[in-house]
Design a protein around this ligand. Structure first.
Ligand SMILES: [Zn+2]
Length: 442
């Protein structure tokens, strides 16, 4: 199966950052040619100058929470978790989790996101994996691990250290590499304060043994780091290093409240920092020191986090926020548009160890891409306007015309090909009612 995109403006994100007017040929799951290429046998998609971009990569998402969009507004992190999100996650059943994941994936496809790093809830993870496999999304995902004895964790989420590790390993053995390699399974402890030391140490060992990613949260909230300092007698990132977790296979969401030593550990270890500006603003968590971390050489990428703390999974808003929130602190030239666009493409690819086959439009790389129309009044006029400025400061997710993952078109002309959206809306409404009733939040 070959697809020829004709008359595109191709934002390649190659080493020279070339923007090419021309055609792009997809053969199977890969980009076969870029430029003057023609192919009479291919399916032709005429773009009339629309912009082809690498598929956007979001490195911190919770598909299991999409169902709870709007259920937990205007709370800070620890209350948000204890009063709403933990009880709601604990109320999931297999069908509600499947619906939640599919709802998130549909929204992501409609906004040009083609790959995610995802944290599921404690139970039923295989149903979220099934939604990833059925829909065509590319994901690194894992079951949330929460083995700490904590009265504030609902019984529905509590698990023993052994059970948590066993289930994580079972999921890895069964699902890692499925969907033509689109699904990779990670170890995903929620954060230090909901995990025991033996669990964190064993996760570090298992991830090395299985060459897997570890995905967790760190230093998002001042209350969180106070608990770590009280119970572990050290700073959060220093503690993660002591557990053997820091390194290029650790994806750490947030990283807001860091001292100089912690910044140094993140940079030296090449730990992946997933920056979530919208979530950090809405939960009143703070502003991550991203310009400083980047100037020190940190590996940074972007993510929307969960629907109840954002309340969208929109990479375009995330890019815009990533640029704007730093400017009052560091001046108008902090986080320029092109740099932010790099975080959402190449930065994401590097974070997930796929810089060789994702993150840019180059021959031989995987055909994960999106078509953005800059024809709207809100993106007009074009004369002498920088393409990255258009994409980061002006474009909206609704400007995405087509999304392709692994050579397959998953969204075209605002219609999802692998998800029945009207049916999903009905079934997710039923699922939410069921969960709210189960946990007494109705
Ligand atoms: Zn999160």
């Amino acid at each position: 199966m070959r697809t020829l995109f004709k008359n595109a403006t191709i934002v390649t994100m190659n080493a020279e950052r070339e923007v090419i007017k021309g055609n792009l040929l997809v053969d199977g799951s890969k980009i076969a040619a870029i430029g003057d290429v023609e192919d009479p046998a291919a399916q032709v998609i005429e773009l009339n100058g629309d912009v082809l971009i690498p598929g956007l990569i979001q490195t911190h998402i919770h598909l299991c929470q999409t169902l709870f969009r709007g259920q937990a507004d205007d709370l800070e992190l620890l209350d948000w978790l204890k009063l709403k999100i933990w009880p709601l996650e604990g109320g999931h059943d297999p069908e509600s989790l499947y619906d939640s994941a599919l709802l998130g994936i549909g929204e992501l496809f409609l906004g040009g996101t083609t790959a995610i790093v995802d944290m599921e809830t404690v139970h039923h993870t295989e149903h979220a994996f099934q939604a990833i496999l059925d829909s065509g999304m590319r994901a690194i995902s894992g079951k949330c691990m929460m083995d700490a004895p904590d009265d504030e964790i609902p019984q529905s989420l509590h698990e023993s250290t052994d059970a948590s590790l066993r289930e994580s390993v079972d999921l890895f053995e069964k699902y890692h590499g499925q969907g033509n390699g689109r699904l990779e399974v990670a170890f995903t402890p929620r954060f230090v304060i909901s995990c025991t030391d033996p669990l964190l140490q064993e996760v570090a060992r298992l991830a090395q043994e299985k060459k897997a990613f570890v995905h967790t949260h760190a230093s998002e909230n001042r209350g969180e780091i106070e608990v770590v300092e009280r119970t572990r007698n050290q700073r959060n990132i220093v503690f993660l290093e002591k557990m053997g977790l820091t390194g290029p296979n650790l994806i750490l969401a947030h990283c807001i409240w860091l001292d100089d030593r912690e910044k140094d550990i993140l940079v030296q270890s090449q730990t992946r920092v997933a920056h979530c500006p919208s979530s950090n603003l809405k939960l009143a968590s703070g502003i991550a020191p991203i310009p400083e971390l980047m100037s020190l050489g940190a590996q940074v990428s972007l993510g929307a986090d969960g629907a109840p703390c954002n309340n969208n999974l929109d990479a375009f808003r995330e890019m815009r926020h990533a640029a704007l929130i730093q400017k009052p602190l560091h001046g108008p030239t902090a986080m320029p548009a092109q740099k932010v666009f790099e975080l959402a493409t190449l930065g994401g690819a590097r974070a997930i160890g796929h810089e060789h086959d994702l993150g840019s439009l180059e021959v031989g790389k995987k055909a994960d891409l999106a078509v953005v129309s800059l024809d709207g009044l809100h993106t007009w006029p074009h004369e002498q306007v920088d393409i990255y400025s258009q994409l980061v400061y002006q474009a909206q997710s609704s400007d995405v015309r087509l999304t392709m993952v692994d050579g397959k078109i998953v969204m075209q002309d605002r219609k999802l090909n692998t998800i029945d959206a009207p049916r999903l809306k009905q079934s997710s409404t039923r699922s939410l009612k069921r969960v709210l009733q189960r946990v007494g939040l109705d």
